[in-house]
Design a protein around this ligand. Sequence first.
Ligand SMILES: Nc1ncnc2c1ncn2[C@@H]1O[C@H](COP(=O)(O)OP(=O)(O)OP(=O)(O)O)[C@@H](O)[C@H]1O
Length: 319
Amino acid sequence: MTDLESFAARLKTLTEGRASTPRVKDGVMSLALDVGGLSAARRDAVADAIREGALLVPGVQDVRIAMTTERKSIRIIAVASGKGGVGKSTLSANLAVALKRLGFSVGIVDADIYGPSQARLMNSEDKKPQAQDKRLIPVDSPAGIPMLSMAHLVEPGKALAWRGPMAGNALSQLIDADWGETEILIVDMPPGTGDVQLSMVQKHKPAGAVIVSTPQDLALIDARRAISLFEQTQVPIIGLVENMAGYSCPHCGEISDPFGTGGAEAAAAQLGMAFLGRIPLAIDIRLKSDAGDPPAAGEDASGQAFHAVADQVARWLRS
Ligand SMILES: Nc1ncnc2c1ncn2[C@@H]1O[C@H](COP(=O)(O)OP(=O)(O)OP(=O)(O)O)[C@@H](O)[C@H]1O
C-alpha cells in the first residue's frame, strides 16, 4: 500500500465514510466531505483531522476539502392506532418535539386527511405552504418543526367529502414535499386500517411504526389490527405506547385507572414487540395540547413521559 492508499483507508474510519477518495495533483490533495447532519464543531474537528493526516502523506503540501451536504433519504416513522381518539396525534406531536431535542432533524406530516389536528397541536393553523417546482414547502411551527397538514391547504371540513384515491394522492403530496435536511418524518396516520392507510404504507414504505393504544381491551383489539397492517407490509414495528394510563386527581393526587392498567404492556409482550412506555391521562397534557403548546417542549412533568418514549425510539433509530 502506498502512503496515499493507507491514508485513504484511514480516512474512511476518521470520517465514518463521509469522504471521497483523495486525489493528489501538484502537491495539493483534494477530496469531498459530506457534512450533512454534523454540528459545526464536529465538522471543523473532522476537517482538521483530515488536514493533519493529509499533510503527513509524502508530496502533499496543501489540502482542499470541498464540504457538501449530500441529501440523506428521509426515514418515515408512522404513528398509528386501530381506532380514533386514543391520542395518536398528541403522541406524534410530542414525539417529534422530543426527538428534535435529542438532536434529530424532524418533520411532521398530518396524514389524517379527514380530521387533521396537527396544525392546532403545533400552533401553525394560520400558515399556508408555498409550492416550488410543483412540490410543497413545509410550514414552520413555533417548536421549530417543519410540518404539513391538510389543515394548511383546505378550509376546515372541505376534505371530508374526498374519496379514497383523492385522499391518498393528497397525502402523497404532503409526504413527497421538499423536506430539505429533515432526516425523520413523523407521519400521524389516520385512525383505522382502511385503503388510505394501506396505500400510504405500500407507497412510502415507513422505516418503522409506533402503535398507540389506550389500556382498554377494545382499543387493544383494534391496535392488533393496526399491527397486522404493518406486519403484512413488512414494516418493522418499533413498539407500542400506552396512552391515557393512570389518572392522577389534580385535587387529592390519588391515581385511578379509568381504562384499566398494564393491558398494553401485556399485549406488547404477548405479541413479542417492545413496550415503549406509558403516557398518563393528565389534564395538563390536554390543556397544553389544545393550546398548541406540546408538553414535551417544556420542562413540566407532563412532558417527561413523552421524552421517555422518544429515548426508546431514538435508540431504535440509531441501532
Ligand atoms: N395522555 C393524555 N392525557 C389527557 N388528554 C389526552 C391525552 N392524550 C390525548 N389526550 C386528549 O384526547 C383527545 C384526543 O387525542 P388525539 O387527537 O391525540 O387522538 P387521536 O388518536 O389522534 O384522534 P383522531 O386521530 O381520531 O382524531 C385530545 O383532546 C387530546 O388532547
